[in-house]
Ligand binder design. Structure first.
Ligand code: FE2
Length: 362
């Protein structure tokens, strides 16, 4: 068996082992390589393929099959197979169902649902607040967008972010609750309207912009801390007074709202949502870098950008010229353009190669 680079594959050769991507087999052992097969492999970002060589002795092949671990798979593919991830994903999906139920209860005036959800979700997030959670969320984010999963993502990311900002336990709990409930006001709108949020006519868009106010009203009489209610109300205010609904300025926006505002923007940018361009994490980091000084608290934004960019170390990326490599170093003064190590062990410093873009992270 020999390992052949995808661009050097010969038509008619035979694949020596099952090839997996994203947790499933895409080409089985023994398959004859055709143009179609090469297209499938490329679409799944396979870099090299184990090929049967005719002069290999059968027992040598058997030996390799016994010791061969698995074909190339990305960082996230490997994580997706771990027990830790599978446990997290199961709980996460269950939690998103509970978020939906509780949001609807609150909409119907039953505030007990919010209380129970707060306790259970805080427990779930507390148990899972470590850097693996970022990878777990990246895998789960490939599912279809829903308000409930977005709420969970923002709560989980906010909890991590609170740790990066060295907030104390009470502050971490409270700001995580702002993350969980920040968009609850959107439950006032139909699922159809939420799903089509990015292609609504201007008047309906203005209606959506009322969601922080609606969320605040829903929870006004709950026993959530006042700081949490205020955070929900102000999470779309920007320090340049161009946010909504009240156009507050830097010293008027609550710190919790400033923190959750950054997390919400990031999560929304990299999530697949109908009629909206899905950004790669590096595009989202670039956008935050370009706008943080006008929209956000600079200290918070810088910490977030730095930690998020570092979390993509060792991730595989596809570049706009088709090359695939691994993120090996985050440039301090240009965090959205890291140094990439290619398959042939050469390096590309994207801060010096503005002609190249990261088009996929996996
Ligand atoms: Fe929002």
């Amino acid at each position: 068996m020999e390992r052949v680079y995808i661009n050097d594959l010969k038509l008619g050769s035979r694949v020596a082992l099952n090839i997996s991507a994203h947790g499933r087999t895409i080409v089985t052992k023994g398959t004859v390589v055709t143009k179609n097969i090469i297209t499938i492999l490329k679409l799944n970002s396979v870099i090299s393929v184990p090929i049967q060589s005719t002069d290999d002795r059968v027992d040598e092949i058997k030996e390799e099959l016994m010791t061969y671990d698995e074909p190339f798979s990305s960082k996230l593919d490997k994580i997706a197979k771990t027990e830790e991830y599978k446990r997290f994903a199961k709980d996460y999906i269950q939690k998103s169902i509970e978020v939906k139920q509780a949001f609807n209860d609150v909409k119907n005036g039953d505030l007990e649902g919010a209380k129970k959800l707060s306790e259970d979700t805080l427990e779930f997030i507390k148990q899972n607040t470590n850097n693996s959670m970022l990878d777990f969320l990246s895998i789960l984010r490939n599912r279809d967008y829903s308000l409930y999963e977005h709420s969970l993502n923002v709560a989980a990311l906010t909890s991590l972010f609170a740790g990066w900002l060295n907030l104390n336990e009470t502050e971490t709990t409270e700001v995580t609750l702002v993350g969980l409930f920040h968009d609850i006001g959107k439950i006032s709108f139909s699922e159809e309207m939420i799903k089509n949020e990015y292609r609504l006519p201007a008047d309906r868009e203005l209606e959506i912009q009322m969601h922080p106010l609606y969320g605040f009203k829903f929870l006004k009489n709950s026993d959530l801390p006042e700081n949490v209610k205020r955070g929900i109300l102000e999470h779309h205010e920007y320090v340049n007074k161009e946010g909504y609904p009240r156009q507050l300025g830097m010293n008027e926006i609550s710190p919790y709202a400033q923190i959750v505002g950054i997390v919400e923007e990031y999560d929304t940018a990299i999530t697949r949502i109908p009629y909206k361009h899905t950004k790669t994490p590096f595009e989202a980091i670039k956008e935050l870098e370009d706008t943080w000084f006008e929209k956000y608290n600079g200290q918070y934004a810088m910490t977030f950008i730095d930690r998020i960019a570092q979390s993509y170390l060792d991730s595989f990326v596809k570049l706009s010229n088709g090359a695939i490599g691994k993120v090996t170093f985050v440039n301090n003064n240009n965090k959205s353009r890291p140094i990439i190590k290619l398959e042939d062990n050469t390096f590309i410093d994207l801060s010096e190669r503005k002609d190249l873009q990261i088009i996929e992270v996996f």
